[in-house]
Design a protein around this ligand. Structure first.
Ligand SMILES: *[C@@H]1O[C@H](CO)[C@@H](O)[C@H](O)[C@H]1NC(C)=O
Ligand SMILES: *[C@@H]1O[C@H](CO)[C@@H](O)[C@H](O)[C@H]1NC(C)=O
Ligand SMILES: *[C@@H]1O[C@H](CO)[C@@H](O)[C@H](O)[C@H]1NC(C)=O
Ligand SMILES: *[C@@H]1O[C@H](CO)[C@@H](O)[C@H](O)[C@H]1NC(C)=O
Length: 439
């Protein structure tokens, strides 16, 4: 199955009830569904137990009562069913030239005469037409049969064993009965299968936990839109924090999924989906990380200690000489994503609280840097969600300080180090976000 994901630019106005996720099935998609359905119908028919059939045939001198039992479909063949979108309703499914070969046992009773044996039954040219309605039932996709008709072509039956020869003259009456019996059973069986499918659909949860912190809310926001060439589902697509769910201070915008006839299924997500995830992570307290020196690879030229940071915060050398440092890096507001024709921009307002670590492990707060970063890049969804982002702009300001003022952007080469350091951690921080999204 091919899947294409569109990241779209959203303009127009916003509203809380607009979907943030859309799925569109094309005619090509429907053709593939039809192939899958063909395989499924055949395997279902082969594994279905056929109930016993009892009846009687009037042979003028009395009635022959019969029982057909142990019936099973040993062979079936059919071309792929034809599935067609029916505008405003749903999908019609037409099966033609379905042929079945059935084996079973027969037993008859005529007065006191009992007889029995086996039989082979071939049913040709079964034709079934069903119209299925797709709708929205309290946020879930519902499917119902609105029309069903069935026809059975020829029936050919051969009895083996017993005094089967005795029944030869009545086979045509018998065949007629069997044919009618099969015809009558088809639509109720289809309705039963659709009711089963509907039950399954109604059991699908509309809130899916995604990892430890967030869950995705996926009820339909409106009835499925069926046109002559597509079927579209509009889905809420909003993430919530699992521990403290609340609505974000921004809302979803209107957008369209472009019809792509070469793809079976197109899925489009608006910025709102991604931003609601960022907001949910933030509300869950997940967008924060303590960075300690032992998390930095030994070979790194930058280490979290007061000797090294003393290069650009001179008072550290005198106030807290030779101490390790720790940084609490956190998003101070929701990181916001915006999509525009293939490019994703991310704006991340964050802060980094630096502390010195005393030998007994207690922390001495030093200063807070406010970080305002923007990244630009693209994301791809194949098996995993992967992204490549570049830092576009990063501004650092001294938010507060317990150790007096210092220059955040000194002109010496050392400044590169603190920039690189924050940048590195920033990427790490951003990576956390992505990993949790795909969890
Ligand atoms: C970071 O460390 C501080 C002090 O050790 C602790 O109070 C805080 O809960 C930690 N935060 C995270 C997100 O690990
Ligand atoms: C601080 O980091 C620098 C650079 O990695 C290193 O040379 C020095 O030994 C470290 N000092 C302490 C006290 O850990
Ligand atoms: C996707 O992620 C899983 C688990 O992290 C990994 O095993 C797999 O190789 C990844 N697939 C691709 C195509 O990167
Ligand atoms: C970087 O961000 C700052 C503050 O957010 C802004 O004033 C500046 O114009 C930005 N620079 C670029 C190159 O976008």
């Amino acid at each position: 199955m091919q899947l294409v994901i569109f990241f779209l630019m959203i303009v127009t106005y916003t509203h809380a009830d607009y979907p943030a996720l859309k799925a569109l099935l094309s005619e090509k998609g429907l053709r593939d569904v039809s192939q899958m359905l063909s395989v499924q119908i055949q395997s279902k028919l082969k594994s279905t137990e056929i109930p016993e059939v009892r009846g009687g045939v009037d042979i003028k001198i009395g009635t022959v009562y019969y029982v057909l039992s142990n019936m099973r479909v040993v062979q079936c063949s059919m071309p792929d069913p034809s599935l067609v979108f029916v505008e405003g309703t749903g999908v019609s499914v037409e099966v033609s030239q379905l042929t079945l070969a059935i084996n079973g046992n027969w037993a008859t009773q005529f007065g006191i005469i009992h007889d029995g044996g086996s039989f082979d039954l071939a049913v040709y040219n079964i034709h079934i037409y069903t119209l299925l309605q797709l709708a929205d039932d309290a946020g879930r996709l519902s499917i119902t049969t609105v029309q069903c008709s069935a026809n059975v072509g020829d029936v050919n039956i051969q009895f083996h064993g017993g005094a089967s020869i005795f029944f030869k003259p009545f086979i045509s009456a018998f065949s007629g009965q069997i044919s009618e019996m099969i015809r009558e059973k088809i639509c109720p069986a289809i309705q039963q299968a659709i009711i089963g499918l509907e039950t399954t659909l109604q059991e699908i949860p509309v809130n899916i936990p995604v990892g430890q912190y967030i869950s995705l809310s996926i009820p339909l926001t409106s009835s499925p839109a069926v046109t002559e060439q597509s079927f579209e589902l509009d889905i809420k697509g909003e993430f919530y924090s699992r521990s403290s769910p609340s609505e974000p201070p921004f809302s979803a915008s209107v957008f369209d999924v472009p019809y792509a006839e070469n793809y079976m299924l197109s899925v489009a997500a608006s910025e709102f989906l991604v931003n609601s995830a960022a907001y949910a992570f933030l509300s869950s307290g997940a967008l924060q990380i303590n960075i300690t020196d032992d998390m930095i690879p030994k070979i790194s030229p930058i280490h979290l200690n007061t000797s090294q940071f003393g290069a650009f915060v001179p008072q550290l050398r005198t106030l807290y000489p030779n101490m390790e440092m720790q940084v609490l890096l956190y998003a101070s507001e929701t990181p916001l994503f915006s999509f525009s024709s293939g490019v994703i921009d991310i704006h991340v307002p964050a802060a980094a609280k630096f502390s010195a670590v005393k030998p007994d492990g207690t922390l001495v707060p030093l200063f807070r840097l406010d970080v305002d970063g923007s990244f630009s890049g693209s994301a791809r969804i194949d098996q995993n969600l992967t992204g490549a982002f570049q830092l576009k702009n990063l501004t650092l300001t001294l938010g507060s300080s317990e150790i007096g003022d210092f220059k955040v952007r000194p002109d010496s080469d050392d400044s590169c180090q603190i920039f690189t350091l924050v940048d590195q951690h920033y990427e790490m921080f951003y990576l956390c976000l992505i990993i949790q999204c795909t969890d």
